[in-house]
Design a protein around this ligand. Structure first.
Ligand code: 5GP
Ligand code: ZN
Length: 111
């Protein structure tokens, strides 16, 4: 399958990996929106959260996000985002979570 993040997982395209385990890889976003902007990506191809049918994989993703945030020194907080589908603004159709931190992020929900 022709998938950008599958190619990154396979190592056919370069990325700046900061962490990896059996289930996920974590690498720097090419267009960072904050001083730390990482992408947590399952090795297995799933198009989006709509296809995340494995609770163990969901747990592995969350654990990797937390570990990557800690390793990045985000002691003042950070944000985890999974844009999902067209209305969710997802551009790359391989499930990924954004880890954002290193500056005060604006509120995204009505206060
Ligand atoms: P989405 O809008 O799908 O939630 O986010 C996709 C993210 O992937 C964007 O933040 C974009 O900057 C990032 N991205 C797109 N292509 C590449 C790439 O080739 N390498 C890396 N490291 N990030 C990418
Ligand atoms: Zn893929």
């Amino acid at each position: 399958m022709d998938c950008l993040f599958c190619s990154i997982v396979a190592g056919d395209l370069p990325s700046e990996r900061v962490l990896e385990d059996d289930h996920v890889i974590v690498f720097r976003d090419i267009q960072p929106q904050a001083p730390t902007h990482l992408l947590v990506v399952p090795r297995r191809h799933l198009a989006s959260m709509d296809e995340l049918d494995d609770p163990a994989l969901g747990g592995a993703i969350l654990a990797a996000a937390r570990r990557a945030a800690r390793d990045a020194g985000l002691t003042d907080g950070w944000r985890l985002i999974a844009n999902t589908g067209t209305d969710g603004g997802q551009e790359v159709p391989h499930l990924h979570f954004h880890v954002l931190g290193g500056r005060r992020l604006g509120r995204m929900l009505p206060g």
